[in-house]
Write a protein that binds this ligand. Structure first.
Ligand code: CTP
Length: 401
């Protein structure tokens, strides 16, 4: 952390009394602290305390003519290596989630091009409130990092989640944020995602309900660990992520060709819901009713199985991961599927309608490898993706079997 500059925004919560200690710990690591105090924060700690400990003046107003002439709020937020908000109140989180900029702190947060780490602190009911949880999800989606809150006795006399993380834990999170882990740097991973569309004629196609959300989340998680990602996607409902190479395809056959062209790779994650069949000789004209009352006969042929093919390809990636979307006998079917397709891992999930997984935001996965099934708790698709990306990194770096 030596020489790194932390822009520390102090919000209005009782836990602001821990901020002087936080500043001491950050400075002990050799980092510099630029303190910013909100009006509410000034009710709990003083500008004098912060500036003496930081060894720098405190910034507390958007309308400081000297400061605006010398540095300006844009500059202030860009000069930092990391922006930390502690304590981050419910109000501050709401403002951040909405992109408001009506005081110095919120303006800096909107103007910054650096990573932002927040240490939420509030009453347990405020923390549990759907509005706060909604804001938290938005902030996570925006790439904002969080540390805490902890659970325990609160200053207000209640008990539960909402206590600001201890200064030591905040410093650890700052260290992690400044030195992001990039265990997949230099690695290439192919991810397939979304449904495929198999044309019947120029206006009709056969498709499935895959949204592409899980595949997109996996691409993001791999990217964030430093991988170069080739994202081969069918026509998905969710947008393709940024920072990855997007190869948009429509049919299973195009997807196979795109995967082949993207090789070689260190790993491949086949998260696409590939159609099993295509219509033979799809008409290049719209098929019309012929007046007989008989529907047209569609001849179907099997699509290439991309997962089975890549698992046995000459330039097979070191690690091939497939998904098994099952509606019954999930583990048994997925275990058999892993052997049949020849992949290393299968992410088995139950997509029966009652689970709400297909098209939903959560997933319940069992990872099946040669050591057997490992059940993961039901969690958000982003968390499944992050966990899978970590496992892939560990595997490629020789940390697991
Ligand atoms: N898959 C693929 N190419 C196909 C079909 C499936 O690459 N033509 C991949 C999917 O991306 C997924 C895995 O195979 O990783 C399993 O998909 P799933 O639809 O569950 O299996 P199926 O092959 O359709 O098997 P079954 O018909 O037995 O369900």
């Amino acid at each position: 952390m030596l020489g790194k500059r932390i822009l520390l925004i102090v919000g209005g919560g009782i836990s602001a009394y821990k901020i002087p200690q936080l500043i001491r710990l950050i400075r002990a690591e050799g980092a510099l602290v630029t303190p910013v105090l909100t009006a509410a924060g000034a009710q709990f700690t003083t500008p004098m305390t912060l500036s003496v400990l930081a060894g720098e003046p405190v910034h507390d107003t958007l309308w400081d003519r000297n400061s605006e002439a010398e540095i300006g709020h844009i500059q202030l937020s860009r000069n930092a290596d990391l922006v930390v908000v502690a304590p981050a109140t419910a109000d501050m989180m709401a403002k951040m989630a909405q992109g408001q900029a009506n005081d110095l702190a919120s303006t800096l947060l909107l103007a910054t091009d650096k990573r932002v780490l927040i240490a939420p602190a509030m009453n347990v009911r405020m923390w549990d409130h759907p509005a706060t949880q909604r804001n938290l999800a938005t902030l996570h989606g925006d790439g904002i990092l969080t540390v805490g809150p902890d659970s325990g006795d609160m200053a207000c006399g209640e008990y539960g989640a909402g206590r600001m993380a201890e200064p030591e834990a905040i410093v650890t999170a700052i260290r992690d944020a400044l030195l992001p882990k990039r265990p997949l740097a230099g690695r290439h991973v192919i991810v397939t995602s979304g449904p495929t569309h198999e044309p019947i004629d120029p206006v009709r196609y056969i498709a499935n309900r895959s949204s592409g959300a899980q595949g997109a989340a996996i691409a993001v998680a791999l990217r964030d660990l430093g991988a170069r990602v080739s994202f081969v996607t069918g026509p998905a409902a969710v947008p393709a992520p940024s920072g990855v190479r997007v190869i948009a395809v429509e049919t299973a056959r195009q997807m196979r060709d795109a995967v082949q062209a993207a090789l070689p790779a260190d790993a491949a994650v086949m998260a696409a819901a590939v159609a099993d069949w295509h219509v033979v000789g799809a008409s290049d004209r719209k098929i019309k009713k012929d007046g007989s009352g008989q529907p047209p006969a569609l001849e179907m042929a099997e699509n290439p199985d991309i997962l089975a093919w890549i698992s046995r390809a000459d330039d097979r990636p070191d690690l091939v991961v497939g998904f098994a979307a099952e509606t019954n006998d999930v583990i048994a079917n997925a275990t058999a599927k892993r052997l049949r397709k020849g992949c290393d891992w299968i992410m088995a999930n139950d997509v029966s309608p009652a689970t709400g997984i297909m098209g939903g935001t959560e997933n319940a996965v069992t990872l099946i490898s040669d050591t057997g099934p490992e059940e993961w708790p039901r969690m958000g698709k982003d968390d499944v993706a992050a966990r899978l990306a970590e496992r892939i990194a560990d595997h490629l770096n020789g940390k697991t079997t």
